[in-house]
Design a protein around this ligand. Sequence first.
Ligand code: SIN
Length: 533
Amino acid sequence: MEIKKAPVIIVGSGIAGLLTALKLSDAGVSSLVVTKTHLKENSSWMAQGGIAAVLPENTSDSIELHVKDTIYAGAGLSDESITRSVLSEGFLAIQDLIKLGVPFDRVDGKLAFTKEAAHSTPRILHAGGDATGRSVQDTLIRKTLQDPHIEVLEACVAVGLMVRDNRCYGVHVVNYENPDNLQQVILMAQHTILATGGIGRLYSQTTNPPIATGDGIALAYEAGAKIQDMEFVQFHPTAFRSERGVEFLISEALRGEGGILRDISGRAFARDYHPDGELAPRDVVTRSISSQIRKDGRPFVTLDITHLPVETIEHRFPNILKACQQFGVDIRTDQIPVSPAAHYGMGGVVVDTLGQTSVQNLYAVGEVISSGLHGANRLASNSLLECLVFARRVAAHIETYSENLPLELFNVFPALSESKLVSHQPEALKAAIQQLRDMMWQYAGILRDADGLKQALAMIAALEKEAHQAGYFHYVPQGLEFRNMLITSRLICEAALLREESRGAQYRTDFPELSPEARHYVQQKRLAEGVRQ
Ligand code: SIN
């Protein structure tokens, strides 16, 4: 088995991972970015809407207003001091991107701001119209590939973190670039950073790319790190709905620019459910659409932007226009069929204000973290901001304050015996993955109750048993992903069952009220299996 050493290993290559690598490089620290597929496959790449930030030129806005909106959306679980400190760093984080060359959209030379649900003023920066993630990611990839301090290793899936006595020494990966010759590699590092993204693919209906299988959360949990708020899965109200199911995200920015939700008879229905209509908090709009779908007896409602000027649509939403056209829908003249889909996991690996997890020398950035910003429901476009701010903080902490053991000491692990890993993906494994995703959508989706969650947990246990018996966890990469999906699904269902209330993105039909006390639930394997507070 090959052993490779680097000062810093970053697992994941979305905006959070790459910006951390670039900031480290600015400080003269080298890193190795290891990614499961390739640099362009991640949720960052697909982010349409933008980045929420308070900038001095936006005189209608203030940090306090942004804090208020974030805390309102977070339904009592956003930490006010973390929220204020993260949002206050937005200006510096945006400056970083501008310096790196991100081409934010402008009007008359000035940065353009749009509005999304539950923001009290336009404060979302965007690029390429509706291709913010891609524009930022493209810029970061270009810089990364030119940077002599950053090495990139693609097509590597993680098997486990190397942890001893609650200190992380790196990660064990399998390089599957050549499926006929799988290479197991131990990557040893002074500091390991999880930037592995989210959990959307645990659900059959999702806006997320195939890589979003909860890997970082599962790896951290298995290594004994604290995990928090897993029950809070954000379901985006509007994803394009074809006959097959959900295809891709239809950005909230369409509603921000005046898009109207219509029922089967063509009537605008959003105000039946909330006075803010289409721009009510995301969880409210999701449940409204879901109720309307049940009432209408049709698997979608429609989003109508045909009243907007054609030039606005073409200029602001060029990619959505093109993507819908491929399904025969011209958004300039046709209403768009939409339904909700799993979009973002608010919970994840607990980090402190510097991005440190509860395992020493293990950091985390991006969607994989639970920092206290999003609470029970993330405010739209706060996630890319959180990626940027924690990338800055982790890099600064590693540069200035961290303890750097000499890499020569990193032979502490006895040689691992090579696991019996194989690249073939049997049909039965694919079927088991689909079964899990359908089951999560049905029982741990937009509406939940105790009976459904208990059924889900029983099915997860049965799938786990089947996977062990059939040896699914030896298959690379899908078997390893399946293992992570099972762990993460179990964490979600356990936490959702424990929270006997409806708050933010968690709606329990058997406990529809908000309980008076707002609390977090922490899950940690090291303490004991099960859920701890
Ligand atoms: C969107 O464009 O609607 C997604 C933005 C986000 O999830 O923050």
